[in-house]
Design a protein around this ligand. Structure first.
Ligand code: SF4
Length: 266
């Protein structure tokens, strides 16, 4: 069995506790306007080119984005970094794209990593059948769960899909997962109005059973915008600027009222 992965990041410090190895899996059922990993959306390998400049000359380098890995490949990569992951209280994270879109491979990889004593995390949009979440629950120490918008209509408008399945899975994990960290992308003019923030705060408070350990507020940034050209995709965020620091501080105060630790950034 193989999984399609578009990037492997060693020494990652933003995808869960400690130092981690993060596997970015290809394929995502959402198409968020602000996505900074658009190369993770298609569930097939893609060809692209990159222009490199050396000594005033330009060279075009062809690249294949997305490579198949076996579970043994995953274990081999993680064993090499074990000293750092173990000593820092870190582990291994599956992100994307949407890792739960490759459920069989993800389950097999998580089982194998747990058997070897690795701490495991899954960074998810929550959009996958409940059965897939139930299966990976026993082998996942931490879920990083994105909450984008509580209004279904607005969620469809911004991400292309309904939030119903996402919220059902969120409630499941808030009841049954060992630990959950919520990630809220803060997108000016799209999900940061006061009315929505208050609803989101109250929703999180009502669902929390004590295992939601942290809320990360992730300010929108434009770092991924150049990738849209490379992948022939339309950049729909023209004119949207990152949120002001003051706004982020205000949001931190709102969400602190849930009683959960809040951090600005990953
Ligand atoms: S869920 Fe994440 S990976 Fe998928 S489109 Fe949205 S931001 Fe991109």
């Amino acid at each position: 069995m193989e999984g399609l992965i578009f990037s492997v990041k060693r020494y990652s410090v933003h995808d869960g506790p400690g130092i981690r190895v993060t596997f970015f899996m290809k394929g995502c059922p959402l198409s968020c306007r602000w996505c900074h990993n658009p190369e993770g959306i298609s569930s097939l390998p893609e060809k692209t080119s990159r222009t490199n400049r050396v000594g005033g000359k330009s060279f075009i380098k062809e690249e294949e984005v997305g490579k198949y890995y076996t579970v043994d490949d995953i274990l081999e990569i993680c064993e090499k970094e074990r000293l750092f992951t173990d000593r820092s209280g870190g582990g291994v994270t599956f992100s994307g794209g949407e890792p739960v879109m490759q459920p069989e491979f993800l389950l097999a990889a998580l089982k194998a990593l747990k058997k070897k004593g690795f701490n495991t995390a899954v960074d998810t949009s929550g959009y996958s059948p409940e059965k897939n979440f139930r299966e990976i629950l026993p082998y996942t120490d931490l879920f990083l769960f994105d909450l984008k918008h509580l209004s279904d209509d607005r969620h469809i408008e911004l991400t292309g899909v309904s939030n119903r399945l996402i919220l059902e899975n969120f409630r499941l994990l808030a009841r049954e997962a060992e630990a959950v960290m919520i990630r809220i992308p803060v997108i000016p003019g799209m999900n940061d109005d006061e009315g929505h923030l208050m609803k989101l705060r109250d929703y999180i408070t009502s669902v929390n059973t004590g295992n939601i350990k942290k809320i990360n507020l992730l300010p929108y940034h434009k770092i991924g915008s150049s990738k849209y050209r490379r992948f022939n995709m339309e950049w729909k965020m023209e004119g949207v600027e990152p949120p002001a620091g003051e706004k982020m501080k205000q949001m931190k105060e709102y969400f602190s009222q849930t009683g959960i630790k809040v951090k600005i950034g990953g």
